[in-house]
Design a protein around this ligand. Structure first.
Ligand code: NAD
Length: 317
């Protein structure tokens, strides 16, 4: 099988290609990535000889066509940072919605077996109790999550209207190696390593369901092979933590004092809690393999070992 993986020079996509190369020796992987600030060839360095890389924009049909015929398209490419979406919503609408539309149109012309749209728990908004399931109403709060919701709806329309074999996954917050140091866990790790204040929004009580990136990768693999087209799959780990708990765990592992924690003004429209059911995924035979604490320790150790990777991305002070 020949896979087109978009956005795979970013955090989850690069982990996904690495995961797939470990499992499937005979498949081919073409990566299409624009190499924005978040996409880096360093993320693919160890696997570069085993993939075909095309530098290009998912919004441009001529770039997408350079990837050739493939059997499966998995779309990770997106602008993905909520804070950036508050400052520049237009870029998110363009990349996440119009880019997905360009890929769907292309998928139609090459007659793919599967088109998997990688989405997020954020499309449902906040939930005080219980967990969202696939067909709960969309209620996004940020330009980022609204753009992702828009992309999901267009993808589903292509399933209903044209019979394109679309699948959607909506996963909770990922962490692990190669995550750009603007997202919570790498920010906190790198601040702690440099003995700098750890910024925590509001009072730190916001809750997220945290999943180790390799568990997200195995879930996507499961949906591509066993999922039913037209369906949405929610992928939660069940490891719900407050931001404050995460900061304390990181400081404890690195043997740093808790008084490094600094509370900062809250993000506008900050959702309080995200939680997703994994019931449909369990029915497909998937469950998370990694325990939260062990995966967090492994992630911290990865950042400690791989200063070459993050040093160029952080200011020298
Ligand atoms: N990080 C999470 O916790 C999380 C959780 C659930 C879902 N998701 C979704 O998973 C996907 C990947 O997230 P991530 O955290 O790896 O993001 P990321 O920001 O690390 O990577 C995004 C990648 O997309 C590329 N890209 C951006 N615009 C592009 C364009 N126009 N054309 C081609 N490539 C482009 C970037 O260069 C980068 O390599 C996103 O769709 C995101 O919405 C992320």
């Amino acid at each position: 099988m020949r896979f087109l993986i978009t956005g795979a020079a970013g955090f989850i996509g690069s982990n996904f290609v690495r995961f797939m190369l470990d499992q499937y020796l005979d498949d081919e992987f073409v990566v299409l990535d624009k190499l924005t600030y978040a996409g880096r060839m360093e993320n693919l360095e160890d696997i570069a000889p085993r993939i075909e890389f095309v530098k290009g924009d998912i919004c441009k049909r001529e770039d997408v066509e350079k990837t050739g015929k493939c059997d499966v398209i998995i779309n990770f490419a997106a602008e993905s940072h909520v804070d950036r979406s508050i400052n520049d919503p237009g870029l998110f609408i363009k990349t996440d919605i119009l880019g997905t539309h360009t890929l769907l149109e292309y998928a139609r012309t090459i007659d793919v077996d599967r088109f998997l749209q990688v989405s997020t728990d954020e499309v449902y908004g906040s939930i005080d109790k219980g967990s969202f399931t696939a067909n709960d109403p969309l209620n996004p709060s940020s330009p980022y999550s609204a753009s992702k919701a828009g992309a999901d709806l267009i993808a589903l329309a292509y399933y209903k209207t044209y019979g394109l074999p679309v699948l959607i996954t909506r996963c909770s917050n990922n962490f692990g190696p190669y995550q750009y140091p603007e997202k919570l866990i790498p920010v906190l790790i790198l601040k702690a390593l440099k003995n700098q204040p750890l910024p925590i929004y509001g009072d730190g009580t916001n809750i997220r369901d945290w999943i180790y990136v390799r568990d997200h990768c195995s879930a996507i693999d499961r949906v591509v092979t066993g999922g039913s087209c037209g369906n949405i799959y929610t992928i939660g780990s069940g490891y719900e933590k407050t931001n404050l708990e995460i900061a304390k765990m990181i400081l404890k592992f690195l043997k740093k004092p808790e008084d490094l924690i600094t509370f900062v003004g809250d993000r506008p429209g900050h959702d309080f809690r995200y939680s997703l059911s994994a019931r449909e995924m369990n029915l497909l035979g998937w469950k998370p393999q990694y325990k939260f604490e062990e995966a967090l320790d492994e992630t911290i150790s990865w950042y400690v070992r791989n200063e070459w990777w993050w040093k160029p991305l952080t200011n020298p002070h």
